[in-house]
Ligand binder design. Structure first.
Ligand SMILES: Cc1cc2nc3c(=O)[nH]c(=O)nc-3n(C[C@H](O)[C@H](O)[C@H](O)COP(=O)(O)OP(=O)(O)OC[C@H]3O[C@@H](n4cnc5c(N)ncnc54)[C@H](O)[C@@H]3O)c2cc1C
Length: 384
């Protein structure tokens, strides 16, 4: 009997975990290798739009997420100084009836932990940091820093913005620092004095912003993430500690609502916002990329992880459509059906215009990766 092709997923972040859960569910032979020794409840929140929640339904964690996260009634955009509402985008019940799934904001650690729980333990290995790839033609050999190696027939690079798989396919090149940082803080709402916050608000000035939302169903924890210009970044660091004092300087003169959050935040971290130009290829031979490994973006549409998760779902759909033995056709179909959308989201995120005015977000939120009509690779090439 012919053996099932072995699929290795490098990285168990949000994209890799989604790929692993969906591949396992579809009966493929999959293993996941993650460099971290374990995952902790990192101090960050995340938006899960209806486009992502449809994938969560398929993975089987939609109901639990709906019980875990906050369901904002609106996305409010407000002026930094006056607090005036400059846009109000309906979410809540409207999202559920209009898009067929909820719009959630949730603690990133809680979300990731549900995703990891959806993967059987025996297919996930922690403490496996990939440091070398050997493509031998009929098989790929993966070498890890602990001195071990594994073989696979197909390798999915879900290893984030500094992807080793991307480096192997193209050449080692660091991502671009955009000249912006994001400060992040999560804290109990009980610490916030003097202002009643909406469930989800982005405060805007011309050169910076603060996105604020609750991360639990109980609304006992609130989160902010900023976008603030900063000339340079030491690329050897993925984040550094920040402080209330630094935040007070960066948001001097801003509305009382923003000040109330800064006053309440004990632990603030600061992250570089990184990007890459669209890659000339997403796959070669037996290797394929997804998520931040191929299209890292500024987080200003709150859709970076969503794109990684949609990529994962589309890749699995293409394996099923074409058959796993013809992986190169599956890769071409996958790329043809993901590049335009990922590049558009990358561009809008770069420009930081999303929902600043009362625009219609349907093109983003209504996307259903399982039912969107597939385009053929040749029609994409022909159109180029
Ligand atoms: C400040 C900030 C705020 C953000 N807010 C949002 C938001 O609200 N909504 C949203 O959708 N997105 C947001 N994003 C973007 C989002 O975090 C990323 O787009 C998303 O995490 C990409 O998922 P991924 O699985 O591709 O990569 P990652 O989540 O980076 O996962 C990669 C995984 O691979 C592992 N790995 C790396 N190298 C190796 C190796 N050599 N061997 C083995 N394992 C390896 C890593 O440990 C990690 O677990 C934000 C980003 C930032 C910086």
């Amino acid at each position: 009997m012919q053996k099932k092709p072995r699929i290795a997923v490098i990285g168990a972040g949000l994209g890799g975990a989604a790929a692993a859960a969906l591949l396992e569910q579809a009966g493929f032979n999959v293993r996941v290798y993650e460099q971290a020794p374990a995952f902790s409840r990192l101090g960050a929140g995340i938006h899960l739009g209806p486009n992502v929640m449809k994938v969560m339904r398929s993975i089987g964690i939609e109901d639990e997420l709906n019980r875990t996260g906050s369901h904002p009634d609106y996305w409010y955009s407000r002026d930094w100084k006056t607090g005036e509402i400059i846009a109000q985008i309906p979410l809540g019940d409207y999202a559920l009836s209009h898009y067929g799934s909820s719009y959630l904001t949730v603690h990133r650690g809680d979300f990731h932990s549900l995703m990891i729980d959806a993967i059987p333990d025996h297919i996930l290995s922690f403490n496996k940091r990939l440091n070398k790839v050997e493509d031998l033609g009929d098989v790929v050999r993966l070498h890890f820093t602990d001195g071990t190696s594994e073989e696979a027939d197909i390798v999915i690079g879900a290893d984030g913005v500094n992807s080793k798989i991307r480096d192997h396919l193209l050449s080692a090149e660091p991502p671009k620092y955009t000249g912006y940082v994001g400060h992040r803080a999560v804290f109990p709402i009980s610490a916030v004095k003097g202002f009643t916050h909406d469930l989800c608000t982005k405060w805007w000035s011309d050169d910076r912003h603060m996105m604020v939302y609750f991360v639990t169903q109980k609304k006992d924890e609130i989160y902010y993430v900023t976008g603030v210009p900063e000339a340079s970044w030491d690329m050897s660091k993925s984040w550094v500690p920040s402080s209330r004092e630094e935040m007070l300087g960066a948001f001097d003169g801003w509305h009382t609502g923003v000040q109330s959050l800064i006053e309440a935040s004990e632990n603030v971290t600061k992250w570089p916002l990184l990007e890459r130009d669209p890659l000339p290829l997403w796959s070669r031979g037996r290797l394929v990329l997804l998520g931040d490994a191929c299209h890292p973006m500024k987080p200003h549409m709150a859709q970076g992880a969503a794109m990684a998760i949609e990529d994962a779902a589309m890749l699995v759909r293409c394996f099923k459509e074409v058959g796993i033995d013809d992986h190169q056709t599956a890769f071409a179909l996958y790329e043809a059906n993901r590049t335009a959308r990922a590049s558009k989201v990358q561009l809008v995120s770069h420009n930081n215009t999303w929902l600043r005015t009362n625009e219609n977000p349907d093109w983003c939120f209504a996307y259903d990766v399982f039912n969107v009509p597939l385009v053929e690779p040749s029609s994409v090439l022909g159109a180029a």
